[in-house]
Design a protein around this ligand. Sequence first.
Ligand SMILES: [Zn+2]
Length: 291
Amino acid sequence: MLIDTHGHVNFNAFKGDAQEVLRRALDSDIWVVMPGTQYSTSKRAVEMAGQYEEGVYAAVGIHPIHLGEKRHVDGLELQSALLETARPGRAQFLAGFETRSEEFEYEKYKLLARSERVVAIGEVGLDYYYESKNKTKREEARKKQRHALREQMKLAQELNLSVIFHCRKAHEDLLALIDGWNGRGVVHCYTGTTEQARRFVEKGLHIGFNGLILKQVPALPSPEEVVSSIPLERIVLETDSPYLAPPQAKEERNEPLNVQYVAEEIARIKSISLEEVARVTTQNAKTLFGI
Ligand SMILES: [Zn+2]
């Protein structure tokens, strides 16, 4: 059994066949946590998870890119270097999306977070990738992100939920922000350095790996080195579906079933059996999310 701790089957990319996608995962003994990125996708995750007795869970929260000014985010760019493995056709979701420019409303999210099958606040965090060149604007945007994150971490503590952290080009600020915080959480889609990963682990966090570890992305530290440096007891698996399809996947649209390739790669890097990776990371995710 495996757990995909980060699969957005609640996104529009799965609008036509979300139930089939989840069924495929469950039939292969793969459980899924679906994080929200704004109110609407959080709500959809809650509604979808509510239809399953076991194995499908939701997280609610507002992603930092939805806090700023409205802008277009390119789906291809998100895929980064993984797309060098060209596949036929071009999935429509890769055309990207418009950000929402929403505010975090504590009580509104709290109500949603108290729904059944909600196992975390997420994905929330800091994203300094899409930044304004204007220094004042940039500082304001960062401040807003940090404020929304602190509020959402507070909500997680109030409801005794884990936090799914998104962090891009902001690892030092995230480390500073979680200093002294004693909640549970995972830094998903890890892109920081090995040294920073060690510090996150020291602070009690888990690290989430996905298809990004299957390829050396030029701008990122070596995945082998990062994965080797973290004890298996702190690793959780994810796909970040529909993004980041691993090279072995048949389609450009990633799905929870493909979490198996991430598990295989961790087994290879750590020279341990796939069974051990499955057993330990599944236990980690169950403890982290209280499932
Ligand atoms: Zn995500």
